[in-house]
Design a protein around this ligand. Structure first.
Ligand code: MGD
Ligand code: MGD
Ligand code: SF4
Ligand code: MO
Length: 730
């Protein structure tokens, strides 16, 4: 092999090449000149917010300018290696299009007309409108949409104000079904990072989960190590993903049919007695109730659903079972696919359990049992008079809230109206399915506040824009990292905030003061609170500031032993194969197959995923990262393209089942995708003209996602249920 499989996935290698190309970044020259002049850089450890993996960053600062970002070698989430996006954080810091001052809207919502305001005026405006809404409709009529580190500042502000309506796309459009399924089945979350013991696995199974494009630093390193160790890699994906390129078995499944494959694997494990009898006996409940439920799901049956060969299903099932428990069967992260997502996740967990992988080497390791002393609770929040709407009617929606339920109440006014949205760190128009519904909901609002770093599509609809400084310019909560070991990591400023921007803690506290809620933020500067937290935890704050991360030695207990059993937090204390909780709510207690609609003639299912150098819509204007990947293309199967007379680079538009027409987009003709779907990298197609680099580049998958399938158990939205036709552009 000319290029080892390891090199292909290498994180820093590709990034370094990218950086060399990225002449747009002025700081290379600066760094070189400074180094030649003998200047030494100040190193400030912090953690990354280019995505939510929270890698440890060492920021090199010369003369008040951040010149380079490197991975912190002792940080468990990156082990010294940042991904391309992490390195590209400088591009965010010095992006000339950043939000620079508080803005108050002067034109219509969405037309982008604003005037600059002082912080005093902008915050007074927000506080006043919040109080008007509370007086007229009650404080519950204000909702928070949030993603990322701002949550720890704005959540207490909202609760203090009297509303529990908090909703997160990272639940409802992402991990929600997985959270609900693990909660119902094991009572323990699989964690972020997911606790897969890939470096010790003999088999790694990825359903979707396009690792290598989905670029989470330590996870990609673990996957690479599994490959290097000679683990058998099984990748199930309708597209020949980067991970499929490393796989021993690529299963190009018909989209929307993964449940059939998983059920067939369970069928094989049960029929052939390949399950771990001792493990099932000791650690699970309900085996007798489920054992006959999978009889009908034969490989032949699944083959017809999945378009995979029955012998391939059998062979991969056998490989998985033979190598158990050292099997890392990835539950996925973005799992809102088709609306039956909690049940699909349940099926994965049942298979993990039958193979005895939970708590076993090479499977799923156990979280660090180490405990930190609890932080003092602070002043109690008032109890809202009305029931929060953020869970809708979904019994297992979870505390992170269902975005669509809040949007629905904003649209209908039922059971009570939501009149104000406070949006922090999420670009709802690019993130929630059916953006037209989002725009309509926004029209119903009396107040839309956006806290952001960039003038995104959602931000330019806000009445008041509060510009946050970037993660390289601020403090945030200390990250508690619970992987194999317990660790703490600090977010602290590498440089002072540029322009007239402020950290979220300052914005939340200042607003609280204006609202008479200052008691909930009993400190002057957030650094004081971090220091107090460290006192409670008996951690040396100075050491944390200096090292960036403190790992608690001896805090790991990854595998089941006689003295270290798995501590499932279910009613039975065991892993619940059969779910009585689901049964009580009239849901199937054992996962069942539900057929999803398939494309009609001339249609393709719209599927989407990640570019390794972008994070959703948040990096599409980044000067460094756009140099590496400027716009998305639509992947189209080569055979289909030939039939249609389309060549790579041709301009087309996509039109969906509801006649929504995309902007023009270039075709990428490839053998690497099935004939029944087309693929887009998510996040492109920005409409905000204030994003000079991103405006008009690529197309938005979200605009074409007018349909979504709500999971009846968790209220999350499956978004891979849309079909498009291809229209040639003249
Ligand atoms: N570079 C980068 N990395 C990221 C992120 C980012 O924005 N940028 N975001 C992070 C976040 S928050 C998340 S949640 C994760 C998301 O990343 P994943 O959890 O990996 O997301 P998936 O939707 O599982 O993966 C997309 C893959 O699913 C395939 N696919 C589409 N339909 C089907 C199907 O029906 N069956 C199967 N088996 N495969 C299908 C697509 O072809 C694509 O390869 O990525 C994380 N990592
Ligand atoms: N069609 C489709 N929809 C999806 C997905 C998909 O793949 N396809 N992925 C889903 C998934 S997995 C997830 S997790 C969600 C993610 O959804 P979002 O979190 O909404 O993702 P982004 O588009 O990155 O929006 C992040 C926003 O935060 C802003 N921001 C960045 N840094 C900061 C900061 O430091 N402070 C503040 N205040 N703001 C900041 C950015 O400018 C941007 O406006 O989207 C979901 N929606
Ligand atoms: S995976 Fe990349 S973007 Fe995400 S936190 Fe780590 S370095 Fe930052
Ligand atoms: Mo996500």
């Amino acid at each position: 092999m000319a290029l080892s499989r390891r090199q292909f996935l290498q994180i820093s290698g590709a990034t370094a090449a990218g950086w060399a190309m990225a002449s747009v970044c002025p700081n290379w020259g600066l760094l070189r000149a400074a180094e030649q002049a003998g200047a030494t850089a100040r190193i400030v450890p912090t953690y990354c917010e280019m995505c939510f993996w929270k890698c440890g960053v060492l920021a090199k600062v010369i003369d008040g300018t951040v010149v380079k970002l490197e991975g912190n070698p002792v940080h468990p989430h990156c082990r010294g290696r940042l991904c391309g996006r992490g390195n590209g954080g400088i591009g965010l810091l010095y992006d000339p299009d950043r939000l620079k001052a508080p803005l108050i809207r002067t034109g219509e919502r969405g037309d982008g007309k604003y005037r600059e305001a002082s912080w005093e005026e902008a915050l007074a405006y927000v506080a006043d409108k919040m109080q008007v809404i509370a007086a007229k409709y009650g404080p519950e009529s204000l909702a928070l949409f949030t993603h990322g580190s701002g949550t720890s500042h704005f959540y207490p502000l909202m609760r203090a104000f009297g509303t529990e309506n908090v909703a997160m796309p990272s639940f409802a459009q992402c991990r929600g079904p997985r959270v609900a399924a693990y909660d119902l089945t094991t009572g323990i979350d699989i964690g972020s990072p997911e606790r897969l013991d890939m470096p010790n696995s003999k088999v790694v199974v990825l359903l979707g989960s396009h690792l290598g494009e989905n670029m989470h630093s330590s996870q990609v390193q673990d996957f690479t190590q599994a490959i290097d160790n000679g683990a058998t890699i099984i990748v199930v994906d309708p597209r020949f993903s980067t991970a499929a390129g490393k796989a021993d078995h690529w299963l190009p499944i018909r989209p929307g049919t993964d449940m059939a494959l998983i059920l067939a694997w369970i069928h094989l494990v049960l029929k052939n007695g390949w399950y771990d009898k001792d493990y099932v006996e000791r650690y699970t409940t309900g085996f007798e109730d489920i054992r006959d439920s999978f009889d009908a799901y034969t490989p032949e049956w699944a083959a017809a659903e999945t378009d995979l060969r029955p012998d391939v299903i059998r062979e991969t099932g056998r490989i998985i079972a033979r190598n158990a428990p050292a099997v890392a069967l990835h539950p996925g992260r973005h799992v809102t696919w088709d609306g039956n997502d909690v049940q699909r996740e349940r099926a994965i967990i049942i298979l993990q359990a039958l193979l005895g992988t939970w708590g076993r080497k090479g499977g799923i390791f156990l979280p660090s049992p180490a405990k930190l002393p609890p932080l003092p609770g602070g002043k109690a929040f008032p109890k809202p008079k009305r029931k929060p709407l953020n869970r809708g009617d979904f019994p297992f929606a979870g505390g992170e809230g269902v975005t669509n339920a809040v949007r629905a109440s904003t649209l209908s006014g039922e059971p009570y109206p939501i009149k104000g949205w406070f949006v922090s760190g999420t670009n709802l128009l690019a993130t929630l399915p059916n953006p037209e519904e989002t725009r309509q909901a926004i029209r119903n609002l009396d107040l839309l506040v956006a806290v952001d770093v960039m003038p995104t599509d959602t931000v330019v609809h806000a009445d008041v824009i509060l510009p946050e400084c970037t993660y390289l310019e601020r403090h945030d909560a200390i990250a508690q990292l619970r992987g194999r070991e317990l660790a703490l990591a600090i977010r602290q400023p590498a440089v002072e905030p540029l322009y007239n921007t402020k950290p979220a803690w300052w914005i939340a506290r200042s607003l609280a003061n204006k609202l008479g809620l200052g008691d909930y933020f009993p400190w002057e500067h957030y650094a004081e609170k971090l220091e107090e937290d460290c006192l409670v935890w008996d951690v040396d704050f100075e050491e944390l500031k200096q090292k960036g991360v403190i790992v608690f030695p001896g805090s790991a207990a990854p595998y089941i032993t006689a003295t270290n059993p798995p501590r499932f937090k279910t009613e039975s204390g065991k892993l619940q194969l059969y779910s009585e909780e689901l049964e009580l709510e009239d849901f199937a207690p054992v996962p069942e197959y539900v057929q999803n609609p398939q494309p009609k003639n001339g249609e393709f299912r719209l599927i989407y995923g990640r570019s390794p150098v972008h994070t959703f819509s948040r990096t599409v204007n980044n000067p460094v990262l756009t140099e590496l990947f400027a716009e998305n293309e639509v992947w189209l199967n080569a055979g289909v393209a030939e039939e249609m007379g389309l060549k790579s680079g041709a301009l087309v538009r996509l039109v969906n089942q509801d006649d929504v027409l995309s902007d023009p987009v270039r075709v990428k003709v490839t053998e690497r995708i099935r004939t029944d779907c087309v693929y887009l990298v998510h996040g492109f197609g920005a409409k905000s003209k204030r994003l000079n680099r991103a405006f008009g580049r690529g197309v938005s998958d979200q605009d074409l996602i007018t349909r979504y399938a709500v999971d009846p158990i968790a209220g999350t939205t499956g978004m891979r249920v849309n079909f498009v036709k291809i229209r040639k552009e003249a």
